[in-house]
Design a protein around this ligand. Structure first.
Ligand code: CA
Length: 227
């Protein structure tokens, strides 16, 4: 999809969204279920991947009974779960993390990654202002819930032009920058959306994610609403 169309269909709705609660946004834990998606969507999905709320792989501590499972059987498959509720200040991500697990039956060795879509100079989004920040998790064991700290992470910064797959580019290399370095480079930066990404380039990976925390807000993914 062309950058202009991408921005128009995906990211312009966020322009009308003002994050409540000030700089650090809303607080507390939000349970995200198939029935209550909290503006999460598979914005950049491609190919034949799958996404399912399930208890099959359990949940991390304090993460309820289930999580969101992501499947990318083919090399070109890409599944995401991204919300523009996280639009606003990049500062909120100084305190941020998520938890992930790789199914031991996976053929691939990676974990689901995390991405932040930014407007490099804030204000009105022009297609040329759209960049993606990608966190590529380090290697780790399968079958264990692992917490990834995003506030101290190194971020791969890619200009979103045409159909380039930011995750695949970042998995294969590219400089990593701290949030401070990104904010120095883009003093007026604003966030449009953020969430998890699996693929392209993760053939055979079955991963799960839970407890996305940004600022004082935590998203707990669950198969159904708590009674
Ligand atoms: Ca959960």
């Amino acid at each position: 999809m062309a950058a202009a169309a991408l921005a128009a269909t995906v990211l312009y709705p966020a322009l009308a969204f003002a994050a409540p609660g000030g700089l650090f946004g809303p607080s507390g834990t939000t349970v995200v279920t198939p029935e209550a998606a909290n503006r999460f969507a598979g914005t950049f999905d491609t190919g034949q991947g799958g996404r399912e709320f399930t208890e099959r792989l359990g949940a991390p501590a304090d993460g309820g009974t289930g999580a969101l499972e992501l499947r990318t059987p083919g090399d070109d498959d890409k599944v995401q779960f991204i919300t523009d509720e996280l639009a606003g200040s990049l500062e909120r991500f100084r305190e941020s993390s998520y938890q992930s697990l790789r199914d031991p039956a996976s053929e691939a060795g990676a974990f689901p990654s995390f991405q932040i879509a930014i407007d490099a100079n804030g204000g009105e989004l022009e297609p040329r202002d759209l960049y993606l920040l990608t966190f590529v998790p380090p290697a780790g064991p399968a079958g264990v819930w692992t917490r990834f700290d995003l506030g101290s992470a190194g971020w791969c910064t890619t200009h979103q032009i045409g159909r380039v797959d930011a995750y695949r580019e970042c998995r294969d290399g590219g400089a990593r920058r701290s949030l401070d370095e990104i904010m120095d480079a883009f003093p007026d930066v604003s966030v449009y959306a953020a969430g998890v990404n699996q693929g392209a380039g993760n053939a055979g990976l079955v991963g799960a994610v839970d407890l996305i925390r940004v600022g004082n807000l935590t998203y707990d993914f669950e198969p159904s609403a708590a009674p």
